[in-house]
Ligand binder design. Structure first.
Ligand code: SAH
Ligand code: SF4
Length: 417
């Protein structure tokens, strides 16, 4: 979820520090420890096992802001914890509310000054359905994939987040919700970054989210979204149904997908869908395909027909999300009639299709932009060159031409192929 809303508030007051200017705090974040890690830490200090549980309860359920406030622990244990771990890897969080309070965008500053975003969306109870509180979190600072319609892609890659840095976005939201007497119901990895290119840490985070002793969310309530890292999808399939898989497809035809998701030159769309299909078959869980709809680019009848053909007969759900405008692209989101026409053609092939219309903040529409704003804007000349290149590339793609350019270097991809 990576775009600005047209009525986006002025940039937050937080300013990023250049990543090289500050050293990262070497102490691991306590939320990234498994129960076994905490037990081992306590045992190494001759502490009884229940001390580890007290720490875990304070980290996941408590209202404390630091180890010093865990008054159930002796002072010596609090000091030892402080020396070994960080209570919170998010040094500072600034929250902005939009949509009449239904959306909370949080900008988190990490210990080395980098900024990442999370977005908390409240869905009030309606038509017999219970209220939901969905948090969209980041798995990386920046992203190497470089989708041109995405503000995070524009930032480029900064670094992978640590397990605790992923989880501390969740703890920050959970604390705000707890203050209102509610709790988180869903977590989606649709913020900054490509989760399957930081998969070890993302899986550790998912385990913590799933664990009844920590956050305790069911598998259906955790969604991993990927731009199509095929080896990562295969690895998830081997693990079984621990979460829902969403694939950011954007186009069913290779020439266009090469432009919209540069990783497509590495793993073309048929390979991505084959891996996702196998995931659905092996886990019995429906895969969601996301399409960010760009006016006149990927919303044509030919694109709808290609999508219907590609997914025909699959255990799949298609989500259509009009693109939110991003400054450096020449594109606009598809208007509602175009999206509805596209949806009807895909439905005619027997596929389930949902249109997510602009609350501006729906899944796939809010994250990444704030940190991009803080990082500074490209010059008008750079924006103009990018726009011209995108127009030329998408026009060629619509004629069915592939560029023949090699896949762009994407840190973290190398070891996976
Ligand atoms: N990297 C992963 C997860 C983070 S991006 C992925 O690409 O799936 C999460 C979602 O936000 C993706 O589906 C992406 O297509 C969507 N998104 C990015 N920029 C957008 C924009 N300008 N408007 C609407 N959705 C956008
Ligand atoms: Fe943005 Fe996701 Fe593409 Fe990365 S992979 S650039 S986060 S849409």
């Amino acid at each position: 979820m990576n775009a600005q809303t047209p009525d986006a508030p002025a940039p937050f007051g937080l300013r990023p520090a250049p990543s090289a200017s500050r050293l990262r705090d070497p102490r691991p974040g306590v939320s990234g420890l498994t129960p076994a890690d905490l037990d081992a830490w306590a045992a190494a200090r001759g502490l009884p096992g229940y001390r580890a549980r007290q720490v875990s309860d304070a980290v996941w359920r408590g209202r404390q802001a630091g180890f010093a406030e865990i008054r159930t622990l002796p002072g010596s244990v609090r000091d030892a914890l402080e020396a070994s771990f960080r209570f919170d890897t998010v040094a500072e969080t600034e929250v902005r509310r939009t949509d009449g309070g239904l959306t909370e965008k949080a900008l988190h500053r990490l210990s080395d000054g980098l900024l990442v975003e999370s977005v908390l969306m409240h869905y009030p109870a309606r038509d017999g359905a219970r209220e939901r509180h969905t948090l969209c979190i980041s798995s990386q600072a920046g992203c190497a994939v470089g989708c041109p319609f995405c503000a995070t892609g524009e930032l480029g890659m900064e670094r992978d987040l640590e397990t605790a840095e992923i989880l501390d976005q969740v703890r920050a939201a959970q604390r705000r919700l707890a203050a209102d007497g509610s709790r988180l119901t869903n977590v989606v990895f649709m913020g900054m970054g490509e989760p399957l290119l930081n998969l070890d840490r993302v899986l550790e985070a998912v385990a913590a989210l799933n664990d009844p002793g920590r956050l305790g969310l069911g598998a259906r309530h955790i969604t991993l979204s990927t731009s199509g890292v095929v080896p990562g999808i295969r690895r998830l399939t081997e693990l079984g149904p621990q979460f829902t898989l969403a694939v950011s497809l954007h186009a069913a035809r290779n020439p266009l997908r090469d432009v919209l998701v540069p990783l497509n030159r590495r793993w073309p769309v048929e390979e991505v869908v084959a891996a996702a299909r196998e995931h659905a078959r092996a886990t019995g869980r429906r895969v969601t395909y996301e399409l960010t709809m760009i006016s006149g680019v990927n919303d044509t009848d030919a694109d709808a027909d290609a999508l219907a053909e590609l997914l025909r007969g699959d255990l799949a759900h298609v989500n259509l999300i009009p693109m939110n405008p991003v400054a450096h692209t020449p594109w606009t989101g598809s208007p509602l009639p175009a999206v509805e026409r596209f949806a009807d053609r895909v439905r005619a092939a027997g596929l389930a299709v949902t249109i997510r219309f602009n609350r501006g903040t729906e899944i796939g529409a809010a994250c990444g932009q704030l940190a991009a704003e803080q990082a500074g804007r490209p010059t008008p000349a750079v924006v103009r060159r990018r726009r011209e290149r995108l127009v030329a590339q998408s026009a060629a793609a619509l004629r069915g031409e592939r560029s023949g350019e090699p896949a762009p270097p994407a840190p973290g991809v190398e070891g996976l192929a």
